[in-house]
Design a protein around this ligand. Structure first.
Ligand code: G
Ligand code: G
Ligand code: MN
Ligand code: NA
Length: 252
């Protein structure tokens, strides 16, 4: 059982760290970007996955502090890697409580300024349920876009939202949820749905990223269907920065 106080202590004693999962161009095999994924290195329990503590962070409001820390750490890290590859993008997950914080656009602006991270290489991942077309959401999205930062819809196809919102909100990337990737080879109707998501995204000038690619066959069929980018264990699991540097020759 994870308690708010343990998590607060983890933030203060620097027990959080960021792992990075590469995103690959499926047609060329080129490295496009990294997704930052937070972990908690607990002194007794070992590495705790975000699914076990992000909900606690959301309930307690600590997610604002944790989210800002992840954003700044990851921008700082990838900025270092830009000395060797200055086209590398960075995707950071944003939870609803961060996104709905009226201060959020200025937090992002401050982090970009402090780290000197190029805004057009930063992708903020939100989920379908956060895409509301109320005045406040539209304002936040427009302020973020005005900074030059990109937006992605994470886990696309699994949440509850009406498709019409995609036509009103300026979104750059759709991330196809890994449940589709995993079943598309064995269930023909799932492959049809994936093709439809890809076609819709492309018709709306969005770029597609498939998640959870574990097999070569999934990668090639996604590329054939017109999905440009992908991530998953076939390429790499999320790794600590030092291991990324070795695997992708990013240490100077
Ligand atoms: O890496 P892993 O599969 O355990 O991640 C599980 C989930 O935790 C992911 O779906 C991701 O959305 C979420 N997550 C990972 N890192 C962060 C983060 O820095 N902030 C938020 N809000 N969610 C994260
Ligand atoms: O919700 P979000 O897409 O941010 O979650 C990403 C999560 O998916 C991470 O926790 C990561 O560890 C996990 N993940 C990444 N690639 C794969 C994969 O190929 N297979 C499985 N099962 N999980 C993956
Ligand atoms: Mn994500
Ligand atoms: Na996802």
């Amino acid at each position: 059982l994870i308690l708010e106080n343990d998590l607060r202590n983890a933030c203060e004693t620097e027990q959080l760290l960021v792992h990075y999962q590469p995103v690959i161009d499926l047609s060329t095999g080129r490295l496009k970007s990294f997704e930052a994924l937070v972990r908690w290195k607990h002194p007794d329990l070992g590495l705790i996955p975000p699914g076990d503590f992000i909900p606690v962070a959301e309930r307690s409001g600590l997610i604002n502090e944790i989210g800002t820390w992840v954003l700044e750490s990851a921008c700082e890290q990838v900025k270092q890697w830009h000395y060797l590859n200055d086209t590398l993008g960075l995707a950071v997950n944003v939870s609803i409580r961060q996104f709905r914080n009226p201060q959020f656009p200025s937090v992002v602006r401050d982090v970009l300024e402090i780290t000197q991270f190029p805004p057009h290489l930063l992708i903020l991942e939100i989920t379908e349920s956060m895409m509301q077309d109320d005045y406040e959401s539209v304002r936040i999205i427009e302020e973020i876009r005005a900074l030059g930062v990109k937006l992605a819809i994470d886990d696309f196809g699994t949440g509850y939202s009406s498709l019409s919102k995609l036509g009103f909100l300026p979104i750059d990337y759709l991330k196809i949820d890994r449940s589709f990737t995993m079943e598309m080879l064995t269930h023909p109707p799932i492959q049809s749905i994936v093709q439809t998501i890809i076609d819709m995204g492309r018709n709306l000038d969005m770029e597609l990223i498939a998640e959870g690619i574990e097999e070569e066959g999934q990668s090639s069929i996604l590329a054939e269907c017109g999905c440009q980018f992908g991530q998953g264990y076939l390429f790499s699991k999320p790794l600590p920065a030092e291991e990324i540097e070795t695997a992708y020759c990013l240490s100077s």
